[in-house]
Design a binder for this molecule. Structure first.
Ligand SMILES: C[S@@+](CC[C@H](N)C(=O)[O-])C[C@H]1O[C@@H](n2cnc3c(N)ncnc32)[C@H](O)[C@@H]1O
Length: 245
């Protein structure tokens, strides 16, 4: 009960701060805190914001890149325009939307991809978490070919089955891959951000994350009896309780 009160109080506090600062969503503070710790975006950068509705991260990205930079966002839902950003409506896994994004980026490569993508939450945790990781794999596969050498990528993930496998698959593409839990993420949530820095493109036919991820999950489930539960692989990452005030 007390925990829930503290959690609600903290969420309200971020919401109030977002309103006072002119941000559309408290999630804006998550990107600000990721940036503070990991310095992903620099002035003049081009940034792709995946899952950008209602536009909180796009607002922060526009501030970070400044006038010489570029921000392109994409979401299933349309956003009220954000000055300085081009926000596209569509499904990032759909070829038409991907073409629209590439057209809007204009350059051959992009400096940073920030993805807060989250599927429609059904409330069935296992399903939501699994669908979320598949979406993340698709965002990687779309983004990696257009992410510049040395570029950065951050994505929301939900802790659970498959996360360790995903991280193992992503590591060969970047020099630095680490989970980070910003203060503005809810205490009770298993939401964390996977911060990937210094893109070092993996060459060869098997560079894609999604097919390899599906294979890794199949292998993990292969040895199980039909009604055995899949245990998440062991992780040393712990989301610490946060006290903000
Ligand atoms: C947590 S919200 C993003 C909040 C945003 N970062 C902000 O600060 O305003 C997650 C978003 O992912 C979007 N999304 C989910 N699946 C998607 C898909 N396949 N393509 C594009 N956007 C998607 C949802 O519509 C939702 O708006």
């Amino acid at each position: 009960m007390a925990d829930r009160w503290v959690q609600n109080h903290q969420q309200d506090s971020w919401r109030r701060q977002a309103k006072a600062s002119g941000y559309r969503a408290r999630s804006a503070f998550k990107l600000k805190q990721i940036q503070e710790k990991h310095k992903l975006v620099s002035p003049g950068d081009s940034v792709l914001d995946v899952g950008c509705h209602p536009g909180g991260w796009a607002q922060v990205a526009v501030e970070l890149v400044g006038e010489s930079g570029k921000v392109v966002g994409v979401d299933l839902q349309s956003c009220v325009p954000v000055e300085g950003a081009n926000l596209i409506v569509g499904d990032i896994t759909d070829a038409h939307t991907q073409s629209a994004v590439l057209e809007s980026i204009e350059t051959e490569v992009i400096d940073v991809v920030v993805s807060d993508i989250s599927p429609h939450i059904t409330g069935k945790w296992d399903i939501d978490q699994a669908v979320s990781l598949m979406l993340v794999a698709e965002v990687f596969d779309f983004s990696l070919p257009i992410l510049k050498y040395g570029g950065h990528f951050v994505t929301k993930i939900f802790q659970g089955v498959g996360v360790e496998e995903m991280i193992d698959l992503v590591k060969p593409h970047f020099k630095f891959v680490k989970r980070f839990s910003p203060m503005a993420s809810r205490n009770s949530s298993s939401e964390v951000y996977l911060v990937c820095k210094y893109h070092t493109p993996k060459k060869g036919p098997d560079w894609k994350i999604k097919p390899a991820f599906e294979r890794a999950l199949e292998e993990r489930e292969g040895g199980l009896m039909p009604d055995e539960e899949v245990e998440p692989a062991k992780s040393t990452f712990v989301v610490k309780r946060k006290s903000k005030e």
